[in-house]
Write a protein that binds this ligand. Sequence first.
Ligand code: HEC
Length: 142
Amino acid sequence: MRLLVASAALLALGIGVVAAQEATRTGPGAPELAEGKAVYAHWCAPCHANEPGLAGTMSLAVKYEGTDIPAVLEDRTDLSAPVITFFVRNGVAWMPPFRPTEISDTELEQLNAYLTAPLEDRGAHVPLLGEEMVELNARGEQ
Ligand code: HEC
């Protein structure tokens, strides 16, 4: 019985820790940002998600080492729409330029709205899509 109580207490503690971690960025994003979040999930998360070994996140971690600027694009509050637009249309280093046939001007506006919204409105991080994880695993990058 004592063991049972102890395990229940441990379990409760475990749940508490998980809840505390999620509380940093919780819940779904604002509904009006859903389209922009979906564009991000499809085109940007494969390199910029909060995962180890991704080209964008790794490069930006190096670029901003020692500063307060986060490596994960979705955590940035310093990017403006013109800056994001410039990088999306022109690319940089390993990042390809995206044509309007891939990301339309409307989608780019939605993406900009998402990436410049207050953090709490963006909701939690966009997870890497399952199939992208599988591809990364196959390439040995995860
Ligand atoms: C193929 C991987 C890849 C994809 C896909 C990608 N990026 Fe990048 N991105 C990078 C890399 C790598 C860098 C960092 C280059 C460097 O070292 O300066 C970068 C840099 C950036 C920067 C510059 C940030 C800074 O502070 O210097 C922005 C903004 C950006 N990406 C936005 C996006 C957006 C928005 C998308 C989706 C439309 C996207 N990226 C898709 C790889 C990618």
